[in-house]
Write a protein that binds this ligand. Structure first.
Ligand code: FRU
Length: 491
């Protein structure tokens, strides 16, 4: 019975996609090489997994409109993290526990057990007692067609946990047992709850793994947890923690107590458009992260989701990034090396001196590019280095690298008729001999990395054709740029 109604919901949605995908793909704001849905709205990456020699991604998906709605799980596969092949929708709302116009199959994760691919996701429904979130299980033998477990849900909110703030299970295996964390709210504060299972079906609550005492908000969405080097890392997307919307914590963890004790925290990305990151290990042991390149209306800086809904779509993923531990208490995030497979149109300069007057930087067509260089801090006399991106006479997005005050500001107020605001963060690395900078531009996004990926700002912009100039200028002296490499990027 339940399989049948999910199959019907998927067939209906697939028909809609087939009818609209040609029109949507012709949209002039579509990205060139960042992942997007075929039609409609996408948000969080879900169920990222390396399975039978391919990358699988799933994603929060409303195929029917360019706005959030009843949530499905879209599905795509790739050999290289950039060329994606869309597969049929994996999960559709169909049951009492996961079917509602403002609910559905919410975020979750994937795991392989005995050759079978399992998904753990949050069913969100409202059966007259308010919104309820429960953790549910689905499985597939071919990695394409999924069955919901007939005993769903497998985990319901424990005593004291808000029924509508209990979601986004992230599952992993350790020494033959399965562990899962959920973001939750307990007594008004955010926390992460840890469970253990031998079979993915029966789950035993272990501990409140970590929590906010108010300083980190009232709910942690999309938690992720993994070991990196000899440290443990918790990611979450806090609600109610001001502009800190994508946070990592580094600390120690003990499977006997189920308690994570963190000693440091950092921001995964300071930009406006980066949320709900999820990581996974690929076949070569790299920890790879994807995130939704947009934000929610409850965030303090939110304006809207951008104009792409007019083209029948909204949402893309940030570039796949590799997560590295730097020393014992810092993380760095940089685009995966496969991006270089898309490089065309190279330009190189080993040494370039830039001053107060703008210097033109060749960046392919000025829209789709990957530019990197480092600033020689020993010989540079400038206080501030300014990057003027995606510019014409009236428009530009500006990144200010303030070497004197150790600040990084990205200002999109003049980017186009739509975008607004500036993001700011500390700029680490200004006391070193050199500061690395990388800018990756696609049709409607910029991702800016400094200090070898310790400081990242990702944002969406919607400039018209012709905003394709890139200049660098300085304040207060000259800057010496070393090892500049610029490439066009084409799929
Ligand atoms: C995060 C989030 C998740 C939820 C999903 C719903 O962006 O709010 O907590 O599962 O989106 O689409």
């Amino acid at each position: 019975m339940s399989q049948k109604s999910m199959a019907l919901a998927i067939a209906h949605a697939q028909q809609h996609i087939d009818d609209h995908k040609a029109q949507v793909s012709a949209g002039v704001m579509r990205q060139e090489y960042h992942f997007m849905g075929q039609t409609g709205w996408i948000n969080d990456p879900n169920g990222l997994i390396w399975f039978r020699g391919q990358y699988h991604i799933f994603y929060q998906f409303n195929p029917y409109s360019g706005f959030w709605g009843r949530m499905f799980w879209g599905h795509a596969v790739s050999d290289d993290l950039f060329h994606w092949r869309y597969l049929p929708i994996a999960l559709a709302p169909s049951e009492w526990y996961d079917d509602h116009p403002q609910g559905g199959c919410f975020s979750g994760s994937a795991i392989v057990k005995d050759e079978r691919l399992y998904l753990l996701y949050t069913g969100t429904s409202n059966n007259g007692r308010g919104f309820e979130q429960n953790q549910c299980l689905a499985w597939s033998d071919d990695g394409i067609h999924f069955n919901k477990y007939e005993g769903n849900p497998v985990i319901s909110a424990p005593e004291g946990v808000s029924h509508d703030f209990f979601r986004d299970p992230k599952v992993w295996e350790h020494e033959g047992a399965y562990y899962l964390i959920c973001g939750a709210q307990r007594h008004g504060q955010a926390c992460v709850l840890l469970y253990r299972s031998d079979d993915l079906v029966h789950w035993q609550f272990l501990n409140n793994m970590a929590e906010s005492r108010g300083e980190w908000g009232y709910m942690w969405e999309c938690p992720d947890f993994f070991k990196l080097g000899d440290r443990y890392v918790l990611f979450c997307s806090p609600m109610g923690a001001g502009e800190r919307t994508v946070v990592y914590f580094i600390g120690d963890f003990d499977y006997r107590t189920g308690r994570f004790c963190y000693t440091t925290n950092g921001e995964i990305d300071w930009g406006f458009d980066f949320y709900a990151p999820q990581t996974f290990l690929d076949g070569s042991g790299r920890r790879i992260m994807l995130a939704w390149a947009n934000c929610w209306d409850w965030m303090p800086f939110w304006k809207d989701w951008g104009p792409t809904y007019r083209e029948g779509w909204c949402g893309s993923f940030c570039l796949p990034r590799e997560v590295r531990l730097e020393g014992q208490d810092e993380l760095a995030f940089e685009p995966v090396r496969e991006l270089s497979l898309l490089h065309v149109d190279p330009y190189e300069s080993e040494h370039m001196v830039v001053g107060v007057e703008p210097t033109d930087i060749p960046v392919s067509d000025g829209v789709h590019y990957d530019l990197s260089f480092s600033i020689d801090l020993v010989t540079t006399t400038a206080d501030v280095v300014e990057l003027h991106m995606r510019a014409d006479k009236q428009h530009e997005t500006v990144c200010y690298l303030d070497l004197k005050r150790a600040l990084m500001v990205v200002d999109r107020n003049r980017a186009d008729e739509w975008s607004k605001g500036a993001t700011r963060s500390s700029l680490t690395g200004v006391r070193n001999a050199a500061l690395s900078v990388r800018i990756v531009s696609d049709r409607t996004s910029l991702e800016i990395f400094a200090d070898d990926g310790r400081v990242c700002h990702s944002l969406n912009i919607f400039p018209k054709n012709g905003c394709n100039e890139f200049t660098i200028s300085t304040q207060g002296g000259e800057a010496n740029l070393l090892g500049l490499r610029s490439y066009g990027v084409r799929i």
